[in-house]
Design a protein around this ligand. Sequence first.
Ligand SMILES: O=P(O)(O)OP(=O)(O)OP(=O)(O)OC[C@H]1O[C@@H](n2cnc3c(O)ncnc32)[C@H](O)[C@@H]1O
Ligand SMILES: [Mg+2]
Length: 200
Amino acid sequence: MKKIIIATKNKGKAKDFEALFNPLGYDVLTLHDVAEEMDIEETGITFEENALLKATALANHLQTIVIADDSGLEIDALDGRPGIYSARYAGEEKSDDANIDKVLEELENVEEPNRTARFVCAIAIASPTQKTITVRGTCEGVIAKERRGNNGFGYDPIFYVPSENKMMAELSADEKGAISHRGNAIKKLSANLAELLSDK
Ligand SMILES: O=P(O)(O)OP(=O)(O)OP(=O)(O)OC[C@H]1O[C@@H](n2cnc3c(O)ncnc32)[C@H](O)[C@@H]1O
Ligand SMILES: [Mg+2]
C-alpha cells in the first residue's frame, strides 16, 4: 500500500485517519513512526494556522509530503470554547477525561436547546515542492449531560450526533468517518486527493 504521513501524536486521531485512508489505499504513519522526537508547538490562533505549522514542520524535516490536522470542539454556550485549546482545556497534561469533566461542569446549568456545539477540523497538506493547502470540515451536535460509548477519543463520549441518534463514541470508526468533521474535511479533497498526495 502507499503510505501517507500524518503529523500527529494523537493515537485516536490516527485511528480516525486509518478508517478514512485505508479504503483509499493508503497506510497511515504518524509522528510516532517517523519522528518521535519532534514536538511541534501550536502557536497559531486558528485551526488552519496550527494545522499548517504541524504539516510544514514535518514536511521540511522529512523532505516529503505530509498531512496535519488541527481540530477541536466549539461550544456555543461557552462562546466557542474550548476551540483551538481543546486538547489542553483542563491542563497541560492533556487528559481527555479531565477535559470532559470541565466541560460538563461548565455546562451544568445550561439546558437544551442551548447545549449546541460543533467539532471543527482543519487539514493541511504541506510538501517541499508544492503549495500548501488547507480545508475545513465541521460536524454539528449537542453536548450530552453524561458520557456514553467507548469508541473514538477526546470529547466523543459527550458529543451527541442528532443525525445518528447516537454519541460520537457509540459509532464505529467507519461510521464516524462518514459524518465527522475529519471525514467532511477529507471529502472536500477527495476529487484530487491522489494528485495532492503524489508529491510530483
Ligand atoms: O496535535 P496532535 O499531535 O495532532 O494531537 P492533539 O490531540 O494535540 O490534537 P489537536 O492539537 O488538533 O487538538 C485536538 C483536540 O480536540 C479534540 N478533538 C478533535 N477531534 C476530535 C474528535 O474527532 N473527537 C473528539 N475530540 C476531538 C480532542 O480533545 C483533541 O485532543
Ligand atoms: Mg495538538
